[in-house]
Design a protein around this ligand. Sequence first.
Ligand code: R5P
Length: 281
Amino acid sequence: MKVISTEKSQVLAARIAAALGVATADVKFARFPDGELYLAAGALDDETVIVGSVTDNDSLIQLLLLIDACEDSQNHLVIPYMAYARQDKKFKEGEPISARAVARLFGNGVKDCLTVNIHEPDVLKYFGVPTRNLSLANDVGAFIESLGLDNPLILAPDEGALTFAKGVAAAGGWDCDNLEKTRLSGSEVKIAPKNLSSKDRSVVIVDDIISTGGTIVTAAGMLYQQGATEVYAACVHGVLIGGAYVRLRASGVKEIFCSDTIERACSRFSAADCIASAIRK
Ligand code: R5P
């Protein structure tokens, strides 16, 4: 077995290979003058783990090319982060179900597929092969443990993220709640934990994705007003578009951390062990 990856997932791929005790395969990447992507895979084994987070359109094409280049091998596909997964239904007439459109691209050339905290696990049914979705809730919890916070309150930004937050909180036996938005007037909203108080407590807001950071910036400001001593932000996928990291820090968020499903300077824990043990099973 060898592990091969798209350009942007090479660090995580090397970690997965190390966790599996196998080698990585070389890939040469280039671009044609018209902008088309090119790649050439080096020597492969008869079994290949193909790792590629879909972070943008180029990485999607690169992943499809890589699968095709590995056609003579038995392939296990790993998509640690899949962009377009949040458009998982038609919110307005005429829209595509983008998550379905992307998932359907992966029915050929692979035996099975792993995703990690995909935004809506229901979209797994659109992959053309058996697909399992892994959760890093325990890994997020282990990282929070390493911060040595005194009895932190783990908060989901909304009810939809509560199951994930509960998984994180279970790692340390911490309190867990979700934030709730109450409209006070036409222009005023209050965001506060639904059942528990954040007063005089360290709070960690946990989510699957931090994208613009807007959700957490608003919540952090309100939590400080309500007496939280410090607010941290943790996620699996640090999309962090634009100036999200800076905006979060400026809002008083003490530390932002994410996994390496998308390689970021604030990737503080790895999805590699979780992925490697799922591949071994
Ligand atoms: C939403 O459905 C996701 O779970 C995240 O809550 C969302 O992507 C965060 O977005 P942002 O960082 O832009 O507020």
